[in-house]
Write a protein that binds this ligand. Structure first.
Ligand SMILES: Cc1cc2nc3c(=O)[nH]c(=O)nc-3n(C[C@H](O)[C@H](O)[C@H](O)COP(=O)(O)O)c2cc1C
Length: 363
């Protein structure tokens, strides 16, 4: 029962229970030994808060701005592929849950629902579109235009795939998508009759993408373009030089390059390089309101959650998504108050420091 959930971990338990082994491992798993998958979560726990006391915290708000527009909660929903495999409501439920929580949903290119239908499920919600670039530039353009026509406000270009990572759980399970599950916009763009497998989809993607392509996209596109999958200050700088409106610090939820930096460890150098010149978001391992506060204190404008929202969806459709985001909101609100802040913008680098020593209490 979602009303019994006290933390995101409760949603995880209930969401995973609803899924069969193949989808469960597809959603929960990572690449290789899954070190980065685990470290994404643990690394937030390597920071400690420096709370300030005796500030008036009767009125605390989680409201923030992302790309110059308001959100009620600086926790956005990350792009996650194939959401109808988690719950029949799929991307429509995810959009409705995000809208109910007053935040942005980022739709994956590998959506099992077309952008206009997703928009229709939450007309008042804010939406961004995650873009994979395809070898056939006309396919890429068609996908992007379909989303922009449906009111999606930003395009998030994923840079850390293809190729797809080494997902050993899926290989062990000989995982394939359910027969009736397709990616209708992609199929329409490539002109295919049958649903594409995951391998066919990755094979169609552009493995030769460069910063010059990002620059072309950004100059052609009528909405801001963000680059997702950045883990270094060097690449964050290049993203800005090539016209991006911001970056998403991400390692694809540990699903691509195992042993790549945890996002909590990559964020500080990127925040230092950008110095507030562009939107800065971070995704990976956020499971607590305290993780959100730590990310904001380290310089992020907002965070994105992938699996937590997906577990909410799997367990209880749109209501489960809204509940997960509501739990994070409650935790963030309390963390802000206990840090002496009345809103996210008051969190600063001075509110965090590395844990004094390797702590036995790490998460
Ligand atoms: C099952 C699954 C599918 C994903 N699909 C995509 C995708 O289609 N495009 C993309 O850019 N990122 C994708 N991601 C990565 C997420 O956008 C996000 O970076 C990651 O889930 C954040 O980590 P978290 O799950 O720990 O919150 C996916 C992640 C998961 C778990």
């Amino acid at each position: 029962m979602i009303s019994d959930w006290v933390t995101v971990a409760d949603a995880e338990r209930e969401g995973l229970e609803k899924l069969e082994q193949g989808p469960q491992d597809y959603f929960a798993g990572g690449a290789g030994d899954e070190l980065t998958l685990r470290e994404n979560v643990a690394a937030w726990g390597h920071w400690r808060l420096r709370p300030r006391v005796l500030n008036d915290v009767r009125e605390v708000s989680t409201a923030a701005e992302v790309l110059g527009k308001p959100v009620e909660l600086p926790v956005l929903v990350a792009p996650v592929a194939y959401q109808r495999m988690a719950h029949p409501e799929g991307e429509r439920g995810m959009a409705a849950g995000a809208a109910a929580a007053g935040t942005v949903m980022c739709l994956s290119t590998l959506s099992t629902t077309r952008p206009a239908e997703v928009a229709g499920a939450a007309p008042d919600g804010r939406r961004w579109f995650q873009l994979y670039a395809f070898k056939d530039a006309a396919v890429t353009r068609a996908l992007m235009e379909e989303a922009i026509d449906a009111g999606f406000e930003a395009v998030v270009v994923t840079a850390d795939a293809p190729p797809g990572g080494n997902r050993e759980r899926d290989r062990r399970n000989r995982f394939t998508l359910p027969q009736d599950l397709g990616t209708p916009s992609l199929s329409a763009a490539v002109g295919g009759e049958t649903a594409l497998t995951i391998e066919e989809t990755f094979a169609l993607m552009n493995h030769a993408l460069t910063w010059a392509d990002v620059e072309d996209l950004a100059s052609e596109c009528s909405v801001p373009v963000l680059v997702k999958g950045v883990l270094t200050a060097e690449d964050a700088e290049l993203a800005l030089e090539h016209g991006a409106a911001g970056v998403v610090v991400s390692n694809h939820g540990g699903r691509q390059l195992d042993r790549s930096l945890a996002t909590a460890d990559a964020l500080p150098e990127i925040a230092g390089a950008l110095e507030g010149r562009a939107a800065l978001l971070v995704a990976g391992g956020i499971r607590r309101g305290i993780d959100v506060a730590t990310a904001l204190a380290l310089g992020a404008d907002a965070v994105l959650v992938g699996r937590p929202a997906l577990w909410g969806l799997a367990a209880a459709g749109s209501e489960g998504v809204a509940r997960v985001l509501g739990l994070l909101r409650e935790e963030l609100e309390l963390t802000l108050a206990l840090c002496g802040c009345t809103g996210p913008s008051q969190l600063s680098r001075a509110h965090v420091r590395r844990a004094p020593a390797a702590s036995v209490y790490s998460v």
